[in-house]
Design a protein. Structure first.
Length: 81
């Protein structure tokens, strides 16, 4: 197999431990998703490919669910009545 970015065949497989964090203020309280996966690294350009297990993928799906209108309000602020 060759690198999808630079077409090099100089690739190596590694085991990785990654913490995936959600972006944006709405996820400040979310600690992220810890995942362990095999990754294929191009040793020429650094391009990396990895696959996330279904269990962790489900956690990413759940943690990145769209917010309702009420959840968009900044924490600690009360709506005027």
């Amino acid at each position: 197999m060759s690198c999808r970015l630079c077409s090099s065949t100089n690739e190596a497989e590694f085991t990785a431990e990654m913490m995936i964090h959600f972006s944006g203020r709405k996820h400040l309280e979310n600690s992220g998703v810890l995942t362990f996966s095999e990754m294929l690294v191009c040793l020429d350009c650094g391009s990396t490919r990895f696959r996330i297990a279904e269990t962790e993928l489900n956690l990413l799906r759940e943690g990145n669910a769209p917010l309702t209108a009420a959840e968009h309000e900044p924490p600690g602020l009360l709506k005027a009545s």
